[in-house]
Design a protein around this ligand. Structure first.
Ligand SMILES: [Zn+2]
Length: 301
């Protein structure tokens, strides 16, 4: 029996239940979240493996690929492809989503408008499309939704030592690296700056990986409420709020969104709820949702 098999068996003996579906399904696989391919040279942070049932593990493999590809976009320091894996990830993403790259491409007039809004100027001899702005597509939104939900549940499992319940509520805001261009930071993290929380150093074999993935997690004393902010290099950031009691977060959502809006945050995407429909926020904030951060462009290179 190989070392990997022994590790898996020991891990699953100690973690018998899937950490992701909240339904008490027995774990049969180890899920790496964030996906290993997101990290340069597949050096992912120690401890970021979670028990998953077959359905939860398989259910996100397409999304994992997109997330790994997107998280490596680094137009500022060009550190997203130190291991040369980016091209392979893009090819694989293209095989899975043949329309993806076409949908990401901006039309000339779109690119002109976006460049003007962001203060980007094409260089001599370049067109507006050469500034490498990309549309955020529906595939990406879906992938980030699935990924953010898993990440929040995984980190909750890690810090609370309990499984996030299947009828709890999770909502999210996310934002692309155009924030870094405009503000030099992910503006929305200011919402969390006075919230106490843990922001651990993440490492493998003594090598710190916070430049690729870092987070701050805060949990209420009774472990009923969670807030997670996560950053993926110079590619994107997200904030998840969660409540283990069904309906609790949902009744405060309007007030929370107003707070986020003061920092330019879009309405929440609903990742899990027994009360609200999933996906984009319904109701009075729906119009604003369409224009807000998760539809901002992305800077590729
Ligand atoms: Zn599961």
């Amino acid at each position: 029996m190989g070392a990997a098999t022994r590790h898996r068996q020991a891990f699953l003996r100690n973690h018998k239940t899937c950490a992701f579906c909240g339904g008490g399904a027995p774990s049969s696989t180890i899920e790496h979240c964030p996906p290993r391919a997101l990290f340069q040279h597949r050096q992912w942070p120690e401890g970021f493996e979670f028990p998953a049932c077959q359905a939860c593990n398989k259910g996100s493999s397409d999304h994992d690929l997109l997330i790994a590809m997107l998280a490596r976009m680094d137009p500022f320091e060009d550190k997203g492809n130190r291991d040369g894996a980016a091209e392979g990830l893009m090819k694989a993403a293209h095989r899975q989503h043949p329309e993806l790259f076409r949908n990401m491409m901006m039309r000339a007039n779109q690119a002109r408008r976006a460049n003007r809004e962001l203060g980007l100027r094409p260089g001599p001899g370049q067109t507006h499309q050469d500034t490498h702005l990309a549309n955020v597509t529906d595939e990406m939104r879906e992938a980030v939704d699935v990924f953010a939900g898993k990440l929040a549940k995984g980190i909750y499992y890690m810090h609370a030592g309990a499984i996030f319940p299947g009828d709890g509520c999770l909502v999210m805001c996310w934002f692309t690296n155009t924030d870094l261009l405009r503000d030099g930071k992910f503006q929305l993290f200011d919402v969390m700056k006075d919230v106490a929380g843990e922001a651990p150093a993440l490492a493998r074999s003594g090598k710190f990986l916070n430049d690729q993935f870092e987070y701050k997690f805060s949990l209420s004393d009774e472990q009923h409420l969670l807030a997670l902010q996560a950053r993926f290099g110079n590619a994107f950031g997200l904030i998840v709020f969660g409540a283990t009691t069904p309906g609790w977060l949902e009744q405060h959502i309007q007030r929370m969104e107003d707070t986020m809006a003061r920092e330019d945050g879009g309405p929440f995407r609903i990742l899990q709820s027994t009360v609200l429909p999933l996906g984009q926020r319904p109701g009075e904030n729906a119009d604003r949702a369409a224009k807000q951060s998760c539809s901002a462009p992305w800077i590729l290179a």
